[in-house]
Design a protein around this ligand. Structure first.
Ligand SMILES: Nc1nc2c(ncn2[C@@H]2O[C@H](COP(=O)(O)OP(=O)(O)OP(=O)(O)O)[C@@H](O)[C@H]2O)c(=O)[nH]1
Ligand SMILES: [Mg+2]
Ligand SMILES: [Zn+2]
Length: 302
C-alpha cells in the first residue's frame, strides 16, 4: 500500500471498518482525530470512500472520509441527540422493499421512504417480495404509485419470480435494499449474489413483525458490476434536514397543482384557493398520499 490508498467501505462497526481495495478487503480502524471531531452525521458508513494509510506492518488506518455525493439517511430515532443516521452513502438507487403476506405493507411508511429518496435525489424503486403469497386484490394500492411514476417490481426470493428483471435493474449501479424487518431483503440478496450467506430469519421465528435478523449493514459486489447493500430493518423513519417548504416538492404528483395555488407560500392545508386541496376533492390526488404529506408537514413544523 502506497502513502495513502483509496478504498470503499463495505462494513462498519464501532471504530472499525472493512474496506474494499482493488481485489481484497482489509480491516481498518478510524484515526482517533476523526472520531473526536464534533459532527451531526455518521462519520463512516458503507458506501463511503476513504483514504487509508499503513503506519506499521500490522495496522491500517482511515485517515479521511471523502465527501458523499449522495446518501440514504434519516433522523436518528429515539430521544438521543439530533443527528443524521446515514444508512448508505454514495448510492444510485434505493430498493424500497415491502412484501405480500407478512409483515403487512404500510403505505404511510412507504411514502416516508419515497419522500426521503426524492429529497436526497436517489432513484426509488419499489420492490414487492413474497409474490408467492400474493392474494387477489392485494395490489389495489399499486395503481396510484405507478401513475405517479414509481416503478414497482414484484418478486419472490422463495420461487425466484422476477429476479431476472431485478438483476437487470441492479446492473452497474450502487443499490440499497431498505425496508421493514422480515420483508426478505437478505433473502433477495442471497439469491442475487451467489456464494453469499447472509443470515435470514428462520420461518419458525417469524410471526409477521420480523425480528431484526440483520444487525449491521453490508455492501456486496455484483459479479457483472455494481454493488448491493443489505441494511437492518427500519421501524421508524423521520426526515433529516428537509425544510418544511420543500416538502411538497417531494411529492411529484403535486407538482402540476402547487404552482396554481392562490398563495405562493401555500401549505396546501387550510388556505383558500389551494389547487392541491381542489385536486384532492376532485379525486385527482390519492387521499393516503395527501395524508402522508400532512403528517410529515406537522412533524417538520413541530
Ligand atoms: N413465502 C416467502 N417467504 C419469504 C420470501 N423471501 C423471504 N421470505 C421469508 O421471510 C423471512 C424474513 O426474511 P429475511 O431475508 O430475514 O428478511 P429481512 O428483510 O432481511 O429482515 P431483517 O434482516 O430483520 O431486516 C424469512 O423467514 C424468509 O424465509 C419469499 O419470497 N416468499
Ligand atoms: Mg436481513
Ligand atoms: Zn396549496
Amino acid at each position: 500500500m502506497s502513502e495513502t490508498t483509496e478504498g470503499l467501505v463495505v462494513r462498519s462497526t464501532a471504530g472499525f471498518v472493512d474496506v474494499r481495495l482493488d481485489d481484497s478487503i482489509v480491516q481498518a480502524r478510524l484515526r482517533g482525530r476523526l472520531k473526536n471531531t464534533p459532527r451531526t452525521t455518521d462519520l463512516c458508513v458503507i458506501g463511503d470512500h476513504v483514504l487509508l494509510s499503513r503506519p506499521d506492518e500490522r495496522s491500517v488506518v482511515v485517515e479521511k472520509v471523502l465527501p458523499r455525493r449522495s446518501r440514504f439517511s434519516r433522523r436518528q430515532p429515539g430521544k438521543g441527540p439530533n443527528k443524521e443516521d446515514v444508512l448508505v452513502a454514495n448510492l444510485d438507487q434505493l430498493l424500497i422493499t415491502f412484501c405480500h403476506g407478512r409483515p403487512v405493507l404500510k403505505t404511510r411508511l412507504l411514502d416516508r421512504f419515497l419522500v426521503i429518496a426524492e429529497h436526497q435525489r436517489v432513484q426509488p424503486i419499489i420492490v414487492m417480495n413474497k409474490a408467492d403469497l400474493r392474494e387477489p386484490g392485494d395490489g389495489a394500492w399499486q395503481r396510484a404509485y405507478e401513475s405517479i411514476g414509481y416503478p414497482i417490481l414484484t418478486v419472490s426470493a422463495g420461487t425466484g419470480q422476477g429476479l431476472e428483471a431485478l438483476g437487470e435493474v441492479l446492473q452497474d449501479k450502487i443499490s440499497a435494499f431498505v425496508g421493514p424487518s422480515g420483508v426478505g431483503k437478505s433473502s433477495l440478496i442471497n439469491r442475487i449474489v451467489p456464494g453469499l450467506d447472509l443470515d435470514i430469519a428462520s420461518v419458525s421465528d417469524h410471526h409477521g413483525k420480523g425480528r431484526h435478523t440483520t444487525r449491521v449493514a453490508s455492501l456486496h459486489a455484483l459479479a457483472g458490476g455494481g454493488f448491493l447493500a443489505d441494511t437492518p430493518g427500519i421501524r421508524e423513519l423521520a426526515t433529516w434536514a428537509l425544510p418544511v417548504n420543500d416538502l411538497d416538492q417531494c411529492f411529484p404528483e403535486l407538482s402540476s397543482y402547487r404552482m396554481q395555488c392562490a398563495f405562493r407560500s401555500c401549505s396546501h392545508t387550510h388556505e383558500p384557493g389551494c389547487a392541491v386541496v381542489d385536486a384532492l376533492n376532485e379525486g385527482d390526488i390519492d387521499p393516503g398520499r395527501y395524508e402522508s404529506y400532512v403528517r410529515l408537514r406537522e412533524e417538520a413544523t413541530g
